[in-house]
Design a protein around this ligand. Sequence first.
Ligand SMILES: Cc1ncc(COP(=O)(O)O)c(C=O)c1O
Length: 448
Amino acid sequence: MSSAAKPVAAESASWQSPALPKIAWGKGSYVYDTEGNRYIDGSGGPAVFCIGHGNTEVNEAIKAQLDRVAFGYRYTFTSDPLEQLTEIVKRRCGGSLKRAVFLAGGSEAVESCLKIALQYHAARGEMSRRRFISRQRSWHGNTLGALSVSGFKARREPFEGALVDASFISAVNEYRPPANVRKEDVAAHCAGELEQEILRLGPENVAGFIFEPVVGAAGGAVPAPAGYAKLVRAICDKYGVVMIADEVMCGAGRCGTWRALEHDGVEPDIMSVAKGLGAGYLPLGATIYSERIAGPVFQRYGGPLTGHTFTGHTTACAAGVAVQTIIEREKLVEKVAAEGPLFMQSLKDALADRPYVGNIRGRGFFIGIELVADRETKEPYDCGLQLFMRVRDRAFANGLICYPSGGNVDGVKGDQIILAPPYNATRSELGEIVDKLATSLSQVMAAL
Ligand SMILES: Cc1ncc(COP(=O)(O)O)c(C=O)c1O
């Protein structure tokens, strides 16, 4: 068995590439294809596999649940896994985030966030509050509602004209501030934009503001500056706007706190979480909301009018319970908090002298590396080069899975590589990820 994949048409492959290898099995931080090639999980999928692959305890929990019953439909039964996962989520969120709906993934979770916000206003007789505000360079999902509030040009384009109207304010990125805004003013400026947009629309027409506390695919692991989330919280409170944190990618411990916004000392009204909740063992997401939101919704409607056939799926919840039990017992969120800065520093050390590395940012085990043609001017590479995909393909050929993303600069230009390893990756595995990325970058740049 070789320890690295054979180079595959590295410079030309795309998402549609027919040359994908066939996955065979995985263990810990590694997955293997049917040819025997081994890949280290630097971000296996978009920040999904937070406890690594082939975990026997999770697999046994899933099998045991299947042997009892696969699924009890939500309008007929509750179940131990559903109740246990609700308790875990309540405990991990703390504060007043005590209600949860479990779904099959991130887009469903975001849809439910939007719908519960609308239902909350309807229950209070504020039917004019229908409009959502979001940010440019954000990603909230592939269903039409979630896509409508996503500021991701390339992914929206074929659907323009059919999407629900939403407002988009500036992306919040200290490395690339809005025009004429100083780095240190980004938080206040961007929060101010939210207030202006609420006033422009009329607060009585605004349902909610949705944002990613640390932007994932659309930005490349971009945390908001200190103080931003608190300002947003105050503005939402002032105008009766529901604050929605989309933590599908950055939540469930990925950033070193179970809720990403915990870091900012802020509680949203509603939040979504997905990828790390079930760690890829089964499809699982959740919409979590506060007692303040639940009050009118339950009083007027008896509960949220959202959900699907497989909402609260018993075996998916059993997988989530097993995953979250391991994360809590092994103190993996604490590990991410402690080792995240070391991981970031080792990347900075390895890439310090590379003129094409413009910015390394992120939080915990969620790190973005932005590539630039000119470090001084921050000029991005020609988007025709598809540099982020070249790096992805070269890294893959070298046995490293990382997550590429493009368009961070203006919706089209910009190349970022996201690293989001398993929380339980060893120091030596983290070192291997850094080495393989550094080598892959050298090879791609030498070939440009
Ligand atoms: C922040 C964020 N929200 C929502 C989604 C949609 O989740 P899913 O792909 O599970 O539907 C994603 C997926 O990448 C995401 O990163």
